[in-house]
Design a protein around this ligand. Structure first.
Ligand SMILES: Nc1nc2c(ncn2[C@@H]2O[C@H](COP(=O)(O)OP(=O)(O)OP(=O)(O)O)[C@@H](O)[C@H]2O)c(=O)[nH]1
Ligand SMILES: [Zn+2]
Length: 189
């Protein structure tokens, strides 16, 4: 992997982009834009500095033997496509079948955020979330469904604004026993 660019280099690159689109990077309104742009990137891509496994590290077992589906519905997904660095905005449903241990519900949403705040394809994002839950929690099954709009399709190129892309990753019992996925579909509605 090539060496990581410095903040100053990143800001200089934004100046080049502003010049490329025909702007004057030195006009008053744009003087601080490279700085703001890089700061915004720090936020949109903060997932590179986070450890997904660590998010799921704290689990608890005091759930009276609960072993049915745990589903977190309608988690907002915010990501950027790795081809155009254009926003991907949508919804994720994350479900798992605990094997004694459960994880804090917010941690599933945090996991979606951590992987979302990196450059992604929707397929990779879906599999990364499912595979991490599978690897760290070792549940009996995992299902992740993402429904998202890609602004590289809706605001440029083909400009098809009504299209959304649906991806799913199902592992363990959700994959082996179709009844689990049917129940999940009913719960998601
Ligand atoms: N499979 C997949 N494709 C994606 C995703 N996000 C964007 N793309 C597609 O990546 C492709 C890149 O195609 P290219 O032909 O290299 O790029 P392009 O000329 O900008 O393509 P157009 O968008 O068709 O104008 C496009 O078809 C995008 O729609 C994603 O998450 N998954
Ligand atoms: Zn794209």
């Amino acid at each position: 992997m090539s060496e990581r660019a410095s903040r100053a280099e990143a800001e200089a690159a934004v100046r080049v982009l502003l010049s490329y689109i025909g702007e004057d990077p030195d006009r008053e309104g744009l003087v601080d834009t490279p700085k703001r742009f890089v700061k915004a990137y720090d936020d949109w891509f903060k997932g590179y500095g986070e450890d997904p496994d660590q998010i799921l590290a704290t689990t608890f077992e005091e759930v009276e033997g609960y072993d049915d589906i745990v589903l977190l519905k309608d988690i907002r997904v915010e990501s950027h496509c790795e081809h155009h660095v254009a926003p991907i905005i949508g919804t994720a449903h994350v479900a798992y079948l605990p094997d004694r241990r459960v994880v804090g519900l917010s941690k599933l949403a945090r996991l979606v955020d951590t992987y979302g705040k990196r450059l992604q394809s929707q397929e990779t994002l879906t599999n990364l979330i499912a595979n991490t839950i599978d690897r760290v929690l070792k549940p009996r099954g995992v299902a992740v469904i993402i429904d998202a709009e890609h602004q590289c399709i809706s605001t440029r190129g083909t400009r098809k604004s009504e299209i959304s892309c649906v991806t799913r990753s199902v592992l363990g019992a959700f994959r082996d026993d179709p009844r689990y996925e049917e129940r999940l579909a009913r719960l998601i509605g």
